[in-house]
Design a protein around this ligand. Sequence first.
Ligand SMILES: Nc1ncnc2c1ncn2[C@@H]1O[C@H](COP(=O)(O)OP(=O)(O)OP(=O)(O)O)[C@@H](O)[C@H]1O
Length: 228
Amino acid sequence: MIEMTNVYKKYPNGIVAANGIDVAIKQGEFVYVVGPSGAGKSTFIKMMYREERSTSGTIVVNGMNLATLKNKNVPYLRRQIGVVFQDFKLLPRLNVYENVAFALEVIEESPKIIRKKVMDVLELVGLKNKARMFPTELSGGEQQRVSIARSIVNTPKLVIADEPTGNLDPETSWEIMNIFEEINSRGTTIVMATHNREIVNTIRHRVIVVEGGLITRDEYGGDYGYEG
Ligand SMILES: Nc1ncnc2c1ncn2[C@@H]1O[C@H](COP(=O)(O)OP(=O)(O)OP(=O)(O)O)[C@@H](O)[C@H]1O
């Protein structure tokens, strides 16, 4: 579902954030991306949804070649990928329900179907009873649940999460991880950049270690994998 071949990324300031990355991730996998700060983890995952373009190399996601994908087709790619951020990125003027419904972007769907989809994902993340509340009225963990609900309401095959527990306390982080586990168990691929050693070493999955723009280790059921 994701294939990168000899991917190189140089930012305009001259920093090389990917220096020949080769990787293949199959449908249904759960992959942690770990490594020191500045190693290139965010760049690696941003290239998967064309938030950043590679300078050279090949990236194929869901059968689409991201090097040649026209800008006008990027929204089509994005509809197939859910993205979750460390800082949630909810729309403050919209309530929980509206934040999730907004992501559907489906004019052709009837309001009834939209309502069903939104309430189903809110139930999955345990927020059905807070649908009318606004982001500022929610805890950090609840805000992250909304952002996860938003990421999956389109039923994407792939969810990319960049440090989703980075702003959360340990107990809340475990609750959020349980939701990702549930989503993964339904067949969705998860790619998650994280600094959370305890989670990586407890809920075992494939671990990709990125250091200096390179994959230095890639192991199924691996541990956190680097000192730092
Ligand atoms: N938009 C940008 N323009 C220029 N340089 C950038 C840009 N984004 C990232 N970089 C540089 O690329 C390198 C890799 O950054 P990246 O954010 O991918 O690392 P990271 O492993 O995700 O780090 P962290 O764990 O701190 O989030 C860093 O040296 C960073 O300064």
